[in-house]
Design a protein around this ligand. Structure first.
Ligand code: C5P
Length: 230
């Protein structure tokens, strides 16, 4: 068989096998944009797992319930439908803050993790981004990425994001929120934010999203080539 045929066969096998990519990292690190680019490139479904925690927080706020009401949080988590998350309503800055407070509840995490694992188990695989994907949700992911950036760079990104949607905010306030959120996400006892031991680290502080995408794509292609010996 000539080289071209071997390559095509390898590629076909690569396409028919499941490919799971996990992307973890702190708020506004660029992991969501990277996840969407990779999902698009490899024709995989994408799940932003942060939205599921945001959906629970949003439901509690809407019902006027405190964010540490475990019973109501569990009820809200059970009714989260991953196929029907209102990204627009859930993307508000304060909903992200509230999400990191409800995300400390272990029973709620178990319910959402189960739904996320089901999503990741699709025949083609999937790209999932969040805080505990490589460590808890998909410990056997084919490629694990951990995306970071300095708190200042992330605060500046978040501010640009808010302003581009017509909102206003103070840089110092956003920076302080981001630091508090990092503390909550890395300091909780259940599934804290941390890189999996086998994750590839990508620091996007001085990297364009295009450069981050190219670096990630190279890692995924290497994994596919190894798997298929091409
Ligand atoms: O990524 P995003 O900002 O939408 O996440 C909101 C919050 O949800 C995070 O700060 C974190 O506390 C929680 N989260 C989590 N595990 C995930 C995804 C998000 O605990 N896999």
């Amino acid at each position: 068989m000539d080289v071209a045929n071997t390559f095509i066969l390898g590629l076909k096998r690569a396409m028919s096998e499941q490919l799971v990519i996990s992307i973890d990292g702190p708020a506004a690190s660029g992991k969501g944009t990277l996840a969407r680019r990779l999902a698009d490139y490899y024709h995989l479904p994408h799940l932003d797992t942060g939205l599921s925690y945001r959906a629970v927080a949003y439901a509690l706020i809407a019902r006027g319930a405190p964010l540490d009401d475990v019973e109501k949080a569990i009820e809200a988590a059970r009714s989260v439908d991953l196929a029907n998350l209102d990204k627009h309503a859930l993307s508000a800055h304060h909903v992200g803050e509230a999400a990191s407070r409800v995300a400390v509840i272990p029973e709620l995490r178990r319910i959402l993790v189960e739904k996320q694992r089901e999503f990741a188990g699709r025949p083609a695989g999937a790209v999932l981004d969040g805080r505990d994907i490589g460590t808890v949700v998909c410990p056997d992911a084919d490629v694990k990425l951990y995306v970071t950036a300095s708190a200042e760079v992330r605060a500046a990104r978040r501010l640009r994001d808010i302003e581009s949607r017509g909102g206003t905010a103070e840089f110092d306030e956003i920076l302080s929120d981001i630091r508090k959120r990092d503390e909550r996400d890395t300091g909780r006892s259940d599934s804290p934010l941390r890189p999996a031991v086998d994750a590839h680290l990508l620091d996007t502080s001085k990297m364009s999203i295009e450069a981050a995408f190219q670096a990630a794509r190279k890692l995924v292609d290497e994994t596919l080539a190894k798997r298929n010996d091409i």
